[in-house]
Write a protein that binds this ligand. Structure first.
Ligand code: SF4
Length: 291
């Protein structure tokens, strides 16, 4: 068995954003609630060992909410990861607590860099601050200054990836994708990922299911975006489960699928560490468990 990505669920369900498609609400809670849970560090070390023994080179700190709301816990995860020498350590965030300098301070960022964090992965829905504002923090006067935040993190030595959910009325056409690529290029973003919002078969939250059903791209829209990448980009890497990485005019772009399960796969895309000590291999099925 080869494990490609080791995902670590940090933080709690708490999030400062209001995404109507929030995956956290679409997948089972598996012991994670609004409070910061105790972490089973013994099992965390076992999961690290399993991932490394299975050839995994990437550890991804993520959350069912916003992980950077608990920056000291991020530091603790990075400290525990250190002995296992993962070459790539990434952290998924909406970026807001980092831009706000609250609760993430520059001291946290410096420490995370020293501890080996390589890539900060921002979730966005567009290059357009107004669309990101509407999706993430409609309760605030404006969105964060994303170009300034990317520059600051580059200056500190981090790489940056933008993971973009492609959704109707946000980023839903070849034209919008081109503008997104131009934004990434202008801001020297190392990696860009485009993931069409999924309409899952099962959902624990009817509102999210309804929103995603109304905003998922039609097969024709997905096909035209795919055709654009095939015609305008050079395919540089095929990842598991149909994701393909392209170079489009010098910009790295990955066209991804999300929430896919292929039970007959020879390869697990990822294993996921839950703070209660359980390790699973899908997000949406509690039964997909290793220990
Ligand atoms: S930022 Fe992530 S966790 Fe927070 S609401 Fe959006 S999708 Fe959910």
């Amino acid at each position: 068995m080869r494990i490609r990505t080791f995902s670590i669920i940090a933080g709690s369900m708490a999030c400062n954003a209001r995404c109507p498609f929030c995956v956290a609400g679409m997948t089972p809670a598996n012991g994670i609630g609004p409070e910061l849970p105790e972490v089973n560090w013994r099992n965390f070390r076992k999961a690290c060992q399993l991932a490394r023994d299975s050839g995994c080179t990437t550890a991804m700190i993520t959350s069912k909410g916003e992980p950077t709301l608990f920056p000291d816990q991020i530091t603790q995860f990075l400290e525990e990861l250190k002995p296992f020498n993962f070459p790539l350590i990434e952290m998924q965030t909406n970026g807001i607590p980092i831009a706000d300098l609250k609760p993430v301070t520059d001291e946290h960022l410096k420490r995370w860099y020293e501890l080996g964090l390589t890539t900060i992965v921002f979730s966005v829905v567009s290059y357009d601050p107004e669309k990101n504002h509407k999706n993430y923090i409609p309760y605030r006067p404006s969105y964060i200054d994303l170009p300034a935040l990317i520059k600051k993190l580059h200056d500190m030595g981090f790489s940056v990836r933008l993971t973009t959910i492609l959704a109707k009325d946000f980023c839903d056409s070849v034209d919008e994708v081109k503008k997104l690529i131009a934004f990434a290029k202008d801001n020297k973003v190392e990696q860009l990922t485009c993931t069409p919002v999924n309409k899952p078969d099962e959902s624990e939250d009817q509102n999210i299911f309804t929103w995603t059903a109304a905003h998922h791209l039609s097969p024709a829209q997905v096909e035209s975006i795919k055709t654009f990448f095939e015609n305008e980009g050079a395919a540089v890497l095929d990842l598991a489960h149909g994701a393909r990485v392209y170079d489009v005019g010098g910009q790295n772009v990955c066209l991804n699928n999300c929430l896919t399960v292929t039970p007959d796969s020879q390869e697990m895309r990822s294993i996921i560490f839950f703070p209660d000590g359980h390790v699973r291999y899908t997000w949406q099925y509690s039964g997909a468990i290793l220990f």
